[in-house]
Design a binder for this molecule. Structure first.
Ligand SMILES: *Cc1c(COP(=O)(O)O)cnc(C)c1O
Length: 436
């Protein structure tokens, strides 16, 4: 396929940098860590993006997992357009909020009551406030490399864009703000037990990506995920599954359905807004009752439950609830992954995968060694031994072949309904050519 020089994108980036810090409204978009500059998108349809230089590019990032139905799904777009013509915000309730809430609860029985917000960041922030209000405790436990949005007290050893910052925290966050955030290693059941044995009775909430996707995809061991449920139950702490990325992705009912574990609270985002700013947090009825106006925990939003986002969400979830949707996506992903495993075998690349999301971690050779470090990637430390330069070359090679993979090893790639076997075969061929 091959792509044109990105002349107009380069100019657009220049201009953007004069008014927007770094030229982007979210840091990873700048493509700095992969040694290139962003393409500016004109439009998207299905599995394809078109940039302003008229390159047609296969997308594997899919707005960070939002578009499980592909870009610009006809019915989702139509539902949103219809909603716009009825007025795009009122600050007064609409029935659409109840309809989507009921659909979300059907998928996630752990969300007996739920509330909509505008972003995953707000959802996790609000869920934690509720958990603290409910338990009357302060301490929050999170895992190294898990990303829960950019709220101050969550920017400790966070993944996603933050994974590229050496000091995993952010400037501008006072020490005091993270005083109540404890960070434990992912997939380390023993460390989890040890921590709770000492501090369990002080813990308000344990928040986890039940399948990590913001340090690259890292799958939990069954034993570890079960342990998060057991210790929180034992010590009266709230277990929050942050399913902003895995919700409606790994199954209709997310990772909690896939692994058969019921958390006390859940956050969903990305897919649930059908490409519009919407996310939700929810949980057991007795917990959620602490929220204003019923209870003392304040939380609000001018555009929360926005009718355009609700309309897009309702149509998205309706399509996802069709029988066989996830089975078909899983089968297609299985087939792709099996072929991919053959391509990368012996090449010093670790493939982590769950359902329709996957990451390739490029290993480096230890000093003086002939061999790649081929041990599995199970936690944040393992992800950090990846070879950034090798990955950057791979990213640029793929882009030159007209494929946009997620621009970091610390992010996932996403297969959608619109990634046909033909597209996936072209991607496999391109990966084979791009990994060296
Ligand atoms: C994307 C993401 C968030 C943050 O959501 P935003 O909408 O970007 O604020 C939180 N948690 C997880 C697991 C995510 O993947």
């Amino acid at each position: 396929m091959g792509i044109n020089e990105r002349i107009l994108s380069a100019a657009a980036f220049e201009q953007a940098q004069r008014v927007i810090p770094g030229g982007v409204n979210s840091p990873v978009r700048a493509l700095k860590s992969v040694g290139t500059t962003p393409l500016f998108v004109k439009e998207a349809k299905g599995a394809y993006l078109t940039d302003i230089d008229d390159n047609r590019i296969i997308d594997f990032c899919m707005s960070w997992g939002v578009f499980i139905l592909g870009h610009n799904n006809e019915r989702v777009s139509q539902a949103a357009i219809d909603a716009v013509w009825r007025g795009s915000s009122y600050g007064i309730p609409t029935v659409s909020e109840t309809i989507l809430a009921e659909k979300v609860r059907q998928a996630f029985p752990s969300m007996e009551r739920l509330r909509f917000v505008n972003s995953g960041t707000e959802a996790t922030m609000s869920a934690i406030r509720v958990a603290r209000g409910f338990t009357g405790r302060n301490l929050l436990v999170k895992f190294e490399g898990n990303y829960h949005g950019h709220a101050d007290h969550l920017l400790v050893s966070a993944g996603s864009g933050v994974a590229n910052i050496t000091n995993a925290s952010s400037a501008g966050v006072p020490d005091g703000f993270v005083r109540y955030t404890a960070v434990l290693p992912y997939n380390d059941t023993e460390a989890l037990h040890c921590f709770f044995a000492e501090h369990g009775h002080e813990v308000a909430a344990l928040i986890i990506e039940p399948v990590a996707c913001n340090m690259g995809v890292v799958v939990p061991t069954e034993d570890f995920l079960k342990a998060t449920r057991e210790v929180t139950e034992q010590y009266g702490a709230i277990l929050i599954f942050d399913e902003v990325i895995t919700g409606f992705r790994l199954a209709f009912g997310g990772a909690q359905q896939r692994f058969g574990i019921m958390p006390d609270m859940t956050t969903v985002g990305k897919i649930v807004g059908g490409g519009f700013p919407a996310a939700a947090f929810g949980g057991r009825e007795d917990i959620m009752r602490v929220l204003a106006p019923e209870g003392p925990v304040y939380q609000a939003g001018t555009l929360s439950g926005n009718p355009v986002a609700m309309a897009a969400g309702i149509e998205t979830v309706r399509q996802l609830s069709q029988p066989g949707f996830y089975e078909a996506l899983e089968r297609k992903s299985d087939d792709f992954i099996t072929k991919l495993e053959q391509i990368i075998a012996g090449r010093g690349i670790q493939l982590n995968r769950c359902g329709s999301m996957f990451t390739l971690f490029f290993s480096s050779k230890a000093d003086g060694s002939e061999h790649f470090n081929d041990s599995p990637v199970r936690n944040f430390k393992d992800t950090q031994r990846s070879d950034q330069q090798r990955f950057a070359r791979y990213f640029r090679n793929m882009l030159s072949r007209g494929i946009y993979v997620s621009p970091s090893q610390f992010e996932g790639n996403f297969i959608s309904e619109t990634h046909t076997p033909e597209i996936l075969d072209y991607v496999l061929k391109s990966i084979a050519e791009s990994i060296d």
